[in-house]
Design a protein around this ligand. Structure first.
Ligand code: ZN
Length: 272
């Protein structure tokens, strides 16, 4: 049996409890070691993780994590645009039922991806519209995945009535940030803000109003510097938190308290 790969080194612990608002513990690469990953996260002050599903099966796993680790994990339940075309006739009813679980704090991850078109755009749009409708009926926020489809997403949001949420893995310009902020969305700031070439993104993040963004990993993807390219995990959001604090010229403790409070206001968890 092959030895497990050495996990990436951890940053120094954060001075206040942080939330990874988008860590896919339900991903098959992370689920088998979820308990160890949560222990590593807790050791550096990442006390809370939202585990977003991408389909009905991963929604079951995410909710199982929330039941097994009720202090540390909540689920988000939804159908990722990549998975929209694979949705079976009974899957949607299952997603709707799972999203109503009290341990599900958001509908997600849902959205539009016109960069890697694994599902036809029309199918993605129908899936997104159903998801927004579900979020409104359940009065839960949405976790939005948007790639190369900002304008179309905004049109659909404007047609959907009042929906709140997080624009996950924010990687846009100031106009895009403002378009989502005025619609009541928060921005999910992840590993991209640490990448060497992303000076423009750092400038956008530096200018955001306090309380308008939250932290995330998108684990197992998008590991931050200095461990870019490794398998991402919730603990590594601590690297991102330190970098964002430096970019904004604030103390790490202040940055963490501010982002945790923003997550709590939107998601209703962790308790304020
Ligand atoms: Zn994701």
């Amino acid at each position: 049996m092959a030895a497990l790969p050495e996990p990436p080194p951890l940053p120094p612990p954060l001075p206040a409890p942080a939330v990874d608002t988008h860590g896919h513990l339900s991903d098959p690469r992370l689920a088998p070691t979820a308990e160890r990953l949560l222990a590593r996260a807790a050791a550096v002050g990442v006390a809370y993780v939202v585990d977003p599903a991408v389909d009905a099966a991963s929604a079951e796993t995410a909710l199982a994590h929330a039941r097994r680790f009720p202090r540390a994990v909540r689920a988000a339940v939804g159908v990722h645009p990549h998975e929209a075309a694979a949705l079976g006739p009974d899957d949607w009813a299952r997603v709707e039922a799972l999203a109503a679980d009290p341990l599900c704090v958001a509908v997600g991850e849902v959205g539009l991806d016109h960069q890697r078109v694994f599902s036809p755009p029309a199918v993605q749009e129908e899936c997104l519209e159903r998801s927004l409708d579900l979020a409104r009926r359940l009065d839960k926020p949405v976790l939005l995945h948007v790639r190369a489809a900002y304008r179309r997403t905004l049109e659909i949001l404007d047609g959907a009535g009042r929906v709140r949420g997080i624009l996950h893995a924010f990687w846009g310009d100031r106009e895009t940030a403002e378009a989502f902020l005025v619609r009541g969305f928060l921005l999910g700031v992840g590993g991209a803000v640490t990448f060497r070439r992303e000076e423009g993104l750092r400038q956008v993040i530096a200018a955001l109003p306090p309380g308008s963004f939250v932290l995330e990993t998108d684990a197992p993807y998008l590991a931050p510097e200095p461990v870019r390219g490794r398998t991402n995990e919730p603990a590594l959001v601590a690297y991102t938190a330190r970098r964002v604090a430096a970019v904004r010229g604030v103390e790490v403790a202040e940055l963490v308290r501010e982002t945790t409070a923003a997550a709590a206001r939107l998601l209703g968890w962790p308790a304020e």
